[in-house]
Design a binder for this molecule. Structure first.
Ligand code: SF4
Length: 358
């Protein structure tokens, strides 16, 4: 056990008192409905609290129950998720809801093994749902609490190795009280997010000051060790608004692709910067993706955005339909859509911006 019993008693007492005074009011905090807790935990993965708030409320209003989510069309789920990114989360949430209806009568399971067998739910998410919704004594470890425990222990090693993970999970388990576990887990995450911040931890107002080994040794800014900086790769892509008698061509990204399930304008990587080369690439790639031959038109807009390690420059072009031969070598689903109907299709974020040009 990484902490002794006197330390644990004092830490729990102080953290509870601090959380009682400083807990933020968040839309998912007032509920112990496992569906709402689960939804909030999935949405909050890699996404800021402020971004999640309106999505969470809109999603729950549209699909208020697990059964409602299971019965929904995937397109509706993706449309509700649109703009939140990491769309795999939405598809797995939807698949898991269907599994819960099929295997558990529509009630969220409370058995940890059953929970972790659901798509998209790992040890952290299972621990969060089971502790918050069912008050089970389950630890959690996510970015905020990794930082808090590393500092409490003055653990200077890497946090992602199996030895580092073992130590941090043991700490996450050891600190838990025997009841009100969900609230305690939320207090730990809140401490990491609001006080024990990645840059500039506010030790002077921290309830754990005096108990925290990193602070006692003046190491709070060195722990945990920063991850190596990510190397970005610049990529040039093109998207084409292909028109045919007032309608515009959409493709649907298939399984295994970054935006699987979402619709988009034909889009692909391009090389070269001569006008003739680009026009050739537009014709060839639209034909490859869709089987449609186009006559390229004006350059409309340049968008810059980042996806994982790629910094993408996306140039958007107009084009007119000329002819159609087969479905293209990628065999993507495709549709000709009236501009007014675009709002019903889940699009990638850049796709939604380009829809404004149609
Ligand atoms: S004392 Fe400082 S480093 Fe330690 S837990 Fe609190 S904020 Fe983090």
């Amino acid at each position: 056990m990484p902490f002794d019993s006197a330390w644990l008693r004092e830490f729990r007492r102080r953290l509870r008192a601090w959380y009682g005074q400083h807990a933020r009011e968040l839309p998912w905090r007032g509920t112990r409905d496992p569906y709402a807790v689960w939804l909030s935990e999935i949405m909050l993965q890699q996404t800021q609290v402020e971004t999640v708030k309106p999505y969470f409320q809109r999603f729950l209003t549209a699909l208020p129950t697990i059964r409602g989510l299971a019965d929904a069309d995937e397109q509706q789920v993706l449309r509700l998720w649109e703009g939140l990114g990491y769309y795999r989360r939405a598809r797995q949430l939807h698949q898991a809801a269907r599994r819960i209806v099929a295997d558990h009568g529509g009630r969220f399971p409370c058995d940890p093994q059953a929970v972790q067998r659901l798509p998209g739910i790992g040890r952290y998410t299972a621990g969060a749902i089971l502790s918050i919704a069912f008050d089970q004594r389950r630890p959690i470890l996510e970015a905020n609490t990794v930082r808090v425990f590393s500092r409490l222990l003055a653990y200077e090693g890497p946090t992602t190795t199996s030895a580092g993970q073992k130590l941090l999970w043991a700490a996450a388990e050891a600190v838990l009280p025997s009841r009100d576990v969900g609230r305690f887990n939320q207090a730990l995450m809140e401490l990491g997010s609001e006080v024990c911040r990645a840059r500039g931890p506010a030790c002077e107002v921290c309830p754990a000051a005096g108990l925290c080994h990193a602070h006692l040794r003046g190491l709070q800014n060195e722990i945990p060790r920063p991850k190596p900086r990510r190397q970005f790769e610049d990529v040039s892509e093109a998207a084409v608004l292909v028109r045919r008698r007032g309608r515009v061509l959409l493709i649907q990204w298939p399984e295994g692709r970054r935006w699987a399930g979402l619709w988009d304008f034909p889009r692909f990587a391009v090389h070269g910067n001569q006008t003739a080369e680009i026009r050739r690439a537009l014709v060839d790639n639209v034909r490859r993706l869709t089987g449609v031959t186009i006559s390229p038109g004006e350059h409309r807009k340049t968008l810059r955005h980042g996806v994982t390690r790629f910094r993408i420059t996306l140039d958007c072009y107009d084009a007119e339909y000329v002819s159609h031969h087969g479905g293209g070598t990628e065999n993507l689903a495709q549709k000709w859509v009236w501009p007014a109907a675009l709002e019903h299709y889940p699009l990638s974020s850049t796709g939604r911006k380009l829809a404004g040009l149609v």
